[in-house]
Design a binder for this molecule. Structure first.
Ligand SMILES: *[C@@H]1O[C@H](CO)[C@@H](O)[C@H](O)[C@H]1NC(C)=O
Ligand SMILES: *[C@@H]1O[C@H](CO)[C@@H](O)[C@H](O)[C@H]1NC(C)=O
Ligand SMILES: *[C@@H]1O[C@H](CO)[C@@H](O)[C@H](O)[C@H]1NC(C)=O
Ligand SMILES: *[C@@H]1O[C@H](CO)[C@@H](O)[C@H](O)[C@H]1NC(C)=O
Ligand SMILES: *[C@@H]1O[C@H](CO)[C@@H](O)[C@H](O)[C@H]1NC(C)=O
Ligand SMILES: *[C@@H]1O[C@H](CO)[C@@H](O)[C@H](O)[C@H]1NC(C)=O
Length: 552
């Protein structure tokens, strides 16, 4: 046993004896200093958010079932929260990092996130949910490897590369916020970046990655941007898709992938071309003006710069819908769970509830707002989860102010907390319609859902015959194209207060989100963890006595 291993072993021993809530699995520790800094992602110096001096932030690297401990020092001058997009937080919405589940970390203080990445594998990313922080950084990759004995449906790659793509604004987040608060839009982004920058193409660019000829590499790609869907491609190279937001998929080869905001893909790329430089390209989709970001991948000992002719992006929505349909779950691949994923047979479970949500936007008192079923969500001083736990929900919000079908008139919006409840362990179908002209992309915390369809037009019950009820990908983000609908299905088997949100920063900030409360009917520790002593308290629960804990 080397020193490193011995140390890990000791930590595991120690953690094992300390932990009652999290089980006996290994721990991974991080300390993050979150600060402002100055960088020039698009060539112009501007204020960005750094973690330990880095943008993108440090990666979280772990295996399934590891316990993650991140001690976050908020050295900004504003409250801050991070969410761990795609991490399910079984029984533990306390650590989900949204304003409805947690009090924000006050400036100048620290808070320690503790959560387990239970039964999950794949590529995810974290980002700040507060203010417009995500538009100026604070995001990074989460890599979750399979446990040693669980087979992975492809050979070990030579190395792994993180590729965080995203549109980018050259304004400070405070400026973006001021625009939104004054009722205006943040407008179009200024460009697209890959891992915090874009190649200039004048011969001075350093490569982001280097590949050895003949070897195969794993690229973990996430769209961490604020607004635009992006098409990602690598000059001269096919990409073999192996994983999508936590699911092993049928391994098709793609020349390019549409990555909508909040989505992640893991692909394998073999260095089988002439040994020189090649561009990685990310360009905006469905926009009048196409913005393009580039990065360089170099062959070891290669000669020659990347060709200035970048491969063309696909055009139109139909292409993208077809690509969505080509994503299929690999029913025979082992999952992080001991039982094969295919055994779920979700297509045969009876639907107990259908919720139809329509995302809309309108002006309220002259200011832009975004909504779901006519309600534009607003957070309060007391997180809904805490209000519920302390038994004072009725002082903070009303459940179910929207119904399961959209109102006839979507133009008149109301601004209030949007919290619905769903019965524990029921199997629910959620339809999201987009009646507008721009892309939407939604994420549900706490769960993976089966993304069974996204189609043009309006949804109707007979559209269910178009669902993929066999091998739809289980994931956490779904895009909804303009004038289209999307359908997802899932069992609500994870108690907590979970955010369903637009991944677009502007829509999210201006109310296009809601919370789903799933309660443990028996207030049982089998279903949900108790609030921990270290949990931050704020709003009306700040000085309240702790409620009786859940039963074992
Ligand atoms: C965070 O900042 C403190 C104080 O400046 C410093 O001592 C510590 O080493 C930093 N930690 C990391 C992980 O950068
Ligand atoms: C990342 O985690 C994996 C699996 O837990 C481990 O094999 C690998 O060495 C780690 N890499 C880094 C850079 O920490
Ligand atoms: C703040 O950080 C210190 C270590 O520097 C740690 O002991 C303490 O538990 C942290 N506080 C919270 C609330 O996480
Ligand atoms: C699915 O996974 C299995 C088992 O690891 C693998 O052998 C097979 O090639 C994969 N199938 C496809 C179509 O990718
Ligand atoms: C949902 O909330 C309503 C109050 O609006 C309540 O009557 C009902 O029992 C709740 N259902 C569940 C499953 O929590
Ligand atoms: C949490 O606080 C309660 C009462 O303040 C105390 O009895 C209990 O031991 C604490 N639990 C832990 C794990 O520190």
């Amino acid at each position: 046993m080397g020193h490193g291993k011995m140390f890990l072993f000791l930590i595991c021993l120690l953690a094992g004896t300390m932990s009652t809530v999290m089980g006996e699995d290994p721990y991974v520790f991080y300390t993050w200093n979150v600060t402002y800094g100055t960088l020039s992602p698009l060539g112009v110096p501007q204020q960005v958010i750094l973690i330990n001096g880095q943008f993108p932030g440090p990666q979280i690297n772990c295996s399934s079932n590891n316990n993650i401990v991140v001690n976050v020092f908020n050295k900004l001058d504003e409250p801050l929260l991070f969410t761990w997009s795609g991490v399910q937080h079984r029984k533990n919405s306390w650590m989900d990092g949204t304003l409805g589940s947690q009090c924000p970390i006050p400036p100048g203080t620290n808070f320690t996130y503790r959560f387990q990445i239970k039964d999950q594998i794949g590529t995810f990313f974290y980002y700040p949910t507060t203010s417009m922080h995500r538009a100026v950084g604070g995001y990074g990759i989460i890599r979750v490897f399979s446990r040693l004995l669980i087979p992975v449906p492809y050979p070990d790659p030579e190395d792994e590369f993180n590729v965080l793509i995203g549109d980018w604004y050259t304004k400070k987040h405070a400026t973006l916020l001021k625009l939104l608060d004054s009722g205006r839009s943040i407008g179009r982004p200024a460009g697209v970046i890959i891992n915090g920058k874009t190649a200039k193409g004048d011969g001075s660019d350093e490569p982001l990655f280097t590949m050895k000829p003949g070897k195969t590499y794993k690229y973990r790609i996430c769209n961490a941007g604020s607004k635009n869907s992006l098409n990602f491609r690598i000059q001269g190279h096919g990409m073999k898709l192996v994983e999508t937001e936590g699911s092993h998929v049928v391994q098709n080869i793609y020349n390019s992938l549409d990555v909508h905001v909040g989505q992640c893909f893991t692909v394998l790329v073999t260095a089988d071309q002439a040994p020189k430089d090649y561009y990685l390209v990310a360009s905006t989709r469905f926009t009048k003006t196409i913005l393009t970001g580039k990065g360089i991948v170099r062959y070891e000992n290669g000669k020659g710069s990347a060709s200035p002719e970048i491969p063309e992006a696909p055009v139109g929505i139909a292409w993208s819908i077809n690509q969505f349909r080509s994503f299929r779950w690999n029913l025979t691949a082992s999952a992080a769970r001991p039982n094969p994923q295919g055994s779920y047979k979700y297509g045969q479970i009876e639907i107990t509830r259908t919720i139809i949500l329509v995302g809309s936007s309108s002006k309220v008192q002259g200011k832009n707002r975004y909504a779901l079923n006519g309600v534009s969500h607003i957070d309060g001083d007391t997180p809904f989860k805490l209000a519920e736990y302390f038994g004072v929900a009725n002082k903070v919000f009303k459940y179910n102010i929207i119904s399961d079908e959209p109102p006839a008139n979507l133009d008149s919006l109301t601004i209030q907390p949007n919290v619905i409840n769903i019965t524990y362990r029921t199997f629910v179908e959620i339809i999201i319609e987009n009646h507008g002209k721009s892309m939407q992309s939604y994420n549900l915390d706490g769960y993976s859902f089966f993304a069974v369809a996204t189609e043009p037009g309006r949804w109707a019950p007979e559209k269910r015959k178009n669902y993929n009820l066999l091998d739809a990908v289980s994931r956490h983000t779904i895009q909804v194209f303009p004038n289209c609908w999307a359908a997802i299905m899932l069992t609500f088997d994870n108690c907590g207060m979970w955010n369903l949100r637009s991944e677009l920063a502007e829509n999210h900030y201006l109310g296009q989100q809601l919370y789903v409360s799933v309660l443990s009917p028996e207030r049982s520790l089998r279903d949900e963890y108790n609030l921990q002593n270290a949990t931050m308290l704020c709003g009306i629960v700040k000085d309240m006595p702790m409620p009786p804990p859940y039963n074992s």
